[in-house]
Ligand binder design. Structure first.
Ligand code: PLP
Length: 255
């Protein structure tokens, strides 16, 4: 997929995320996706994780001052067309990121609210979760929870129907992001339906056939693909649709 900005310069996305030594998720996945969209990656590493597909063995949190310095240096280096935020880990990291982001609305920000790995390792602690909701949510363009993440963020039970999911999406929207994309990949219907809820309260359904395969890093991939679209100047809806197509294709290749 070849994408160029209006001026013919390759767009760039700043990825604020952690490494995953298995390569399935995190920064390695993000960079692979951005490369597939012909978008350059700048990066600020929030944590170094030792992971296999079945466990999180160790996490080293990068000191907040180093996170701030990476974000500022990346933004000094070249024009950032969008920012993708992944694993943050702790309150101190959330705060360092919030303090270093460019002024509101200057650059679209895609937040993948990474809470727990598929293997069950906690990737954001309770204080970090509270800071994420209070301080980072109001700064972002779009947040992309799956069904269990939406429930955990609201401290509610996972929604069992589309209307209940839309209500949870609206409650997340009330915390400040400009849009919420609720990912339906954890459901079990024949179709995987993502719900894009914007401030207008218009709900856009983004549908793909359900693929009977799983892969590490699908959440990272979707958020990076959306950031690639936004950096390339496409609309939010189009960026979510092209992200969905990318992840569907990734899953069909994994199966
Ligand atoms: N590890 C890191 C560093 C991540 O950023 C993420 C998700 O963004 C995960 C693990 C979770 O990925 P998965 O659900 O594939 O385990």
């Amino acid at each position: 997929m070849r994408v160029k900005s209006a001026r013919g310069v390759r767009p760039a996305v700043l990825v604020i995320a952690a490494t995953d030594s298995s390569g399935g998720a995190g920064l390695a996945r993000d960079i692979r996706v951005l490369t597939d969209f012909s978008v350059d990656a700048l990066c600020a590493v929030t944590a170094v994780t030792a992971q296999s597909d079945s466990r999180v063995a160790a996490v080293h949190h990068v000191p907040p001052g180093v996170i701030r310095a990476q974000i500022l240096a990346a933004c000094e280096t070249r024009r950032v067309g969008a920012i993708k935020i992944g694993m943050l880990g702790t309150r101190a990291t959330v705060e360092a990121v919030v303090e270093s982001l460019p002024p509101s609305a200057a650059v679209p920000i895609v937040l993948d609210p990474v809470l727990v790995s598929t293997s069950g390792g906690v990737l954001l602690d309770a204080d970090g979760r509270a800071a994420l909701l209070k301080k980072l949510f109001p700064r972002v363009t779009i947040v992309t929870p799956n069904v269990p993440e939406a429930a955990a963020l609201l401290d509610e039970e996972p929604a069992g129907s589309e209307p209940a999911l839309i209500q949870q999406g609206q409650r997340l929207l009330a915390l400040g992001p400009r849009a919420v994309l609720l990912k339906g990949g954890h459901g079990n219907g024949e179709e995987a339906v993502d719900l894009l809820i914007a401030r207008s309260n218009v709900v856009q359904r983004i549908v793909s056939p359900r693929i009977g395969a799983t892969s590490r890093g699908t959440g990272c991939a979707l958020a990076s693909a959306i950031a690639a679209g936004l950096a390339s100047g496409v609309s939010l809806v189009e960026a979510c649709q092209q992200g969905k197509r990318y992840v569907t294709d990734m899953l069909s290749r994994a199966g």
